[in-house]
Write a protein that binds this ligand. Sequence first.
Ligand code: CA
Ligand code: CA
Length: 103
Amino acid sequence: MVTSGDLPGLDLPGFDAHSELGALGGVELSHPTQDLDGDGLLDTVTTTTDHAMQVWTDLDHDGFADHVTVVDSDGDFAAWEFHHNPDGTTEWVRMDVGHLGGK
Ligand SMILES: [Ca+2]
Ligand SMILES: [Ca+2]
C-alpha cells in the first residue's frame, strides 16, 4: 500500500520508479497547477519526495489522475495509466519503464 508520506498540503502518494501502483485506486487531483497539453485547462500536479518526482495528469478533467510519470533521482523512470475495467474495477497499469540518460 502506498501512503501519502511526506507531502505537506498535498494528499498524493509518494513513491519511486520501482513502486507497484496496481491497487492504488483513484488519485484525486483537486488543485492542478500546470497545463501540460496547452489547452488552457490546468491538468497536472508535480509532487516530489526525497528520491523521486511524480507528475500526475488528469487528461479528461474529471478530477482524477489518468496518468503518472515517476522519475527517480538516479534517472530510473516509470509511466503508469489508470484503467477502468469493464467489470467496474480500476487499476494502474505500467505503460513504460526505463532509465533516463541512455545507459
Ligand atoms: Ca490542459
Ligand atoms: Ca481524469
